[in-house]
Design a protein around this ligand. Structure first.
Ligand code: FAD
Length: 286
């Protein structure tokens, strides 16, 4: 089923997972997915390793989950390191595996690859291919409440996001963020700029101070000062950080739900505890 058709009917709950580095660890991921399936997500998504190592597994897990679970599947696909013909081949494989939902992304420069094909420079190039070659995928795109780190300014970044809608994107999923006001302001600006497709906010429950500082440095999300001070105190105590992360994500999700969001997407980091506790705290079992 196309996710956009689910969004039209109800507020969605979704979880994101990343494929393991090698196949040996697939059973462990399937166990994690099964554990979170008890919360009846509307869809689960699987990231695509722009670096290459986990690409094949995205297809394999997507296919397997689609066949064996009740929830819909959204496969991530990045285009920066692929040629147009490679992308068409990959999309055909997704289609033949029954995958109906793709989040179309540019990706980032793979670490060990200095020269890229250069045919596909932006997510919109990928969206164009999907639309012109395959008429039956539901397409999602990424958006950035605090701007994409490479963007020149907020206006231009929003203009590029609007282009995703104009080229055929059905809905957007945000980068992680910790200040709901950033999301609300972004949503308002997006609507004013003509973006009408649903924008699903994504939540990442923090699990480790060092890890979240690394991640936010890469993606440009800001950690509010009061949260940062708590995280500083628990820098060497991951158990304490997990508790701080659950408490913060619970409050953040609750406020988003009170403010008319079309769904909530959780960056699960392939762990069940934090997401489960947030959902239990909010009494959410879909
Ligand atoms: C929900 C979500 C899921 C993600 N999943 C993955 C994943 O599975 N694998 C992975 O490797 N990464 C993933 N990422 C990270 C993503 O690949 C990076 O953030 C990447 O740097 C940008 O991807 P994009 O699709 O937003 O790129 P784009 O939309 O192409 O934007 C990238 C930059 O180019 C600018 N831009 C866009 N279009 C144009 C244009 N036509 N002309 C000029 N400039 C333009 C934008 O303003 C922005 O600064 C994900 C991010 C999000 C938010």
């Amino acid at each position: 089923m196309k996710i956009i058709d689910i969004i039209k009917k109800k507020r969605t709950l979704s979880f994101e997972f990343f494929p393991p580095k090698n196949e040996i660890n697939l059973p462990s991921l399937h166990k994690t997915i099964a554990e979170l399936s008890k919360y009846n997500p509307d869809f689960v998504s699987f990231t695509y390793g722009a670096g290459g190592s986990t690409r094949k597994l995205t297809l394999e897990i997507s296919k397997n989950t689609k066949q064996n679970n009740d929830s819909e599947v959204m496969s991530h696909l990045t285009c920066l390191a692929h040629s147009k013909s490679e992308i068409i081949e990959i999309l055909s494989k997704f289609k033949n595996s029954g995958i109906e939902n793709i989040i179309a992304l540019r990706g980032d420069m793979p670490e060990n690859q200095s020269e890229l094909n250069g045919e596909l420079k932006h997510a919109t190039d990928l969206i164009e291919i999907i639309k012109s070659q395959f008429d039956d995928f539901c397409i999602a795109g990424a958006c950035y409440p605090e701007d994409h780190p490479e963007s020149i300014n907020s206006e231009i970044d929003l203009k590029h996001t609007k282009l995703k809608q104009d080229k055929g994107t059905d809905f957007l999923v945000t980068q992680l963020f910790f200040n709901n006001d950033d999301f609300f302001r972004y949503r308002e600006r997006a609507i004013k700029s003509g973006i009408e497709i649903p924008i699903i906010p994504a939540i990442m429950p923090i699990r480790s101070t060092k890890q979240i500082r690394r991640l936010t440095e890469l993606c440009g999300a800001k950690i509010p000062e009061s949260l940062n001070q708590k995280l500083e105190k628990s820098i060497d105590n991951d158990e304490e950080t997990i508790k701080i992360g659950i408490e913060f994500a619970t409050e953040q999700t609750n406020t988003l739900l009170e403010n008319d969001v079309p769904g909530i997407h959780f960056y699960s980091l392939n762990k069940t505890r934090s997401v489960k506790e947030v959902l239990n705290n909010l009494n959410i079992s879909h």
